[in-house]
Design a protein around this ligand. Sequence first.
Ligand SMILES: C[S@@+](CC[C@H](N)C(=O)[O-])C[C@H]1O[C@@H](n2cnc3c(N)ncnc32)[C@H](O)[C@@H]1O
Length: 699
Amino acid sequence: MEVQQQDRGHSKCLLDSLRQTQKHNPPSAPQHTLCTLQHHHAPIATQNHTHTTIDHHVSTTPHHNHIPSMPQHYPPTTVQHHTPNTPYHDTPTASHHHISTTPLHHITTIHDHQKMDIKWTPHYGRYMVASRDISAGEVLLREAPLLVLPKLDSNPTCLSCLKRLKHEDWCGCGGCGGPLCHPHCPGSNHMAEECSLLRRLDLRKAPHIDALLKELNILIGPLRLLLLMQESLSARDILLSLESHKEKRPKMAIGNFIQEYILGGLRSRLGLEVNPDTVHHVCGILDTNAFEVSLDEGDRGRALCVLASMMNHSCLPNAQRWYSEGQIVVQASRDIAEGCPILINYTQTLWGTQARATHLSTFKMFLCKCERCADPTELGSHLSSVRCRECDDDLLVPLAESRDHWRCRGCGVGVDSGTVEIMVRAGAGALSKLREADITTASLILEHLKKVLGHSHYMVMQAKQALLHAIVMNSKLQDLASEDLKKAVYLSQDLLDLTFLVEPGLTRLRGLLLYLLAEAHTELLGRGESAEEHKRGKTTKDDVGARKSEGRMEQSLEDGTSLEGKAEKKQEEEESRKGKGERSQVDGKSLEGKRENIRGEGKSKEKKIKGEGESKEEKIKGKGERKEEKIKAEGESKEGEERRKEAKSRDVPISPQHIQRLLNQVKECESILQFDRLLPNVQDLSSRVQVLAAHHLHV
Ligand SMILES: C[S@@+](CC[C@H](N)C(=O)[O-])C[C@H]1O[C@@H](n2cnc3c(N)ncnc32)[C@H](O)[C@@H]1O
């Protein structure tokens, strides 16, 4: 890995290539290199001026108005299987591989040699490609953002370090009265000119009024971008070369919002004389290119990175990005063959097709045609499929030929998309209550959502994630009841199985889930318990999904493999039966097949569990209720201590398979999270697992 900081000697850099590969036209004659541009310090605005003029004459940017044509055969979503010569119809790549720091003080990038290029197609614009074979886990880019901003809908956020602030618990900036975590916050994002302009919002007089804070959050992004462009010509040049969809946006609903609230706010509230086109343009730059990121303290914000924004989107990506120590890090999550696009997900893995499409068309102005979007079953995950109310046994799935019509896979009944939408809206109401829910509330919401939407819907999966969060985040694992730990194991395994279909590879979500799974397992094994008992306590009559998952879990506990491992094993067996020497490529169809196979197995086990489960359920329910009362009476930590003692005295034998599986989970987790801020926690867990293994395996 080569680290280049403030290296002004590199004239050939990926940033040049970005400039040559302009957003609406193929690379043309090189323009002046970024590496010679200078940074100008911001003029400090005087306090008593009435109007500041910021107008960047955006219409003069040197782009041809190339109308995007028909989609090419891009993007391939299972990109690692494409040969370098897939028909992208791109223009020649600018032959600069080396990202370096430009003199523009804002852009600091660190990258490995010759991993990426920028290419261009009329339909997809610029996109990053692998300029050599890349292995899963390789870091492709580290880039300091040009701008960091609060999230639009966030609570009060420190203007300087972007730390999320508790409602009444912040101080106002001595200048503008805007939220700061500390009068001398060490963050560097709240600059003098911004402060001077924000005085006009009169935050000092009424700092805690929600409407004012919302207004501030809406205006701060475009304001910062405008100030940066005024401050530095080189920044201005680069920013204006980014895609903004400025022609389309003013005619859309988002255009009305910008006209009314942002243009109106900048003019009437901050007294800026800004051109409407400029405002639509800068808002377009932000919406199209800024990433929502989890900042170092776990707060959420938006970051604008020039090179990272060259990556196009796929709902089945091969790369991921996150924010760490002031930089965006981009990492390959899967192997990427030379010449294939490097694609990240602009949305969320646990969103259904409609939700993703709405986000992409509203903010990013395109319709995704990836493999996941094209498949009504979402690669067999059924994240958008809903429970059929007619037969109550199977799922309604949209028809491939018309997404306006849905049909039940079991009874064949048809419904229109409006009916499904009503169900989804009903679910969304419940989902909105999930934020910061405790275990009991999250469990109730999960059960409710399952009844409304069925077991596989993305809102149900989000509720599972929230329940897992509530279990592991709100108390120390040592204080948790074994039942809750087993629930955590089951939930993380279920979510991991899902990511195998819709987010395969070394992704952070998978790393986190593995970490939670392994932590809960370790605690259980330390108590002399395994996770098996959970399946008996968990089964309910109408919980088809849980039974299926438990069916899967039972398998994995028996032979020490997850759904992923099991599926791979099955495929290998099948292939060797067929006499094929090598494994075929894993495509969407075969994944669906695997999922179905496992479902089938799950179903037969389901019957067994159902019989056993129903009688035991009552017992466990009674037990659970009594335990709950006890917790209330004695307080959590005392209860935890007693449980540990009780568990130790039971002395349940732990099989070598349990330990081996745990060792594998931790190893995989460590390799996924090798660059993550969670790594020290994973390493600590790894040491505990080693001790456990030494004890139980007598090594
Ligand atoms: C962050 S920019 C990516 C770089 C961009 N292609 C460019 O030329 O500047 C996001 C924009 O790229 C385009 N884009 C990204 N992924 C796409 C996809 N899968 N299909 C179509 N357009 C896509 C859309 O115009 C989107 O608004």
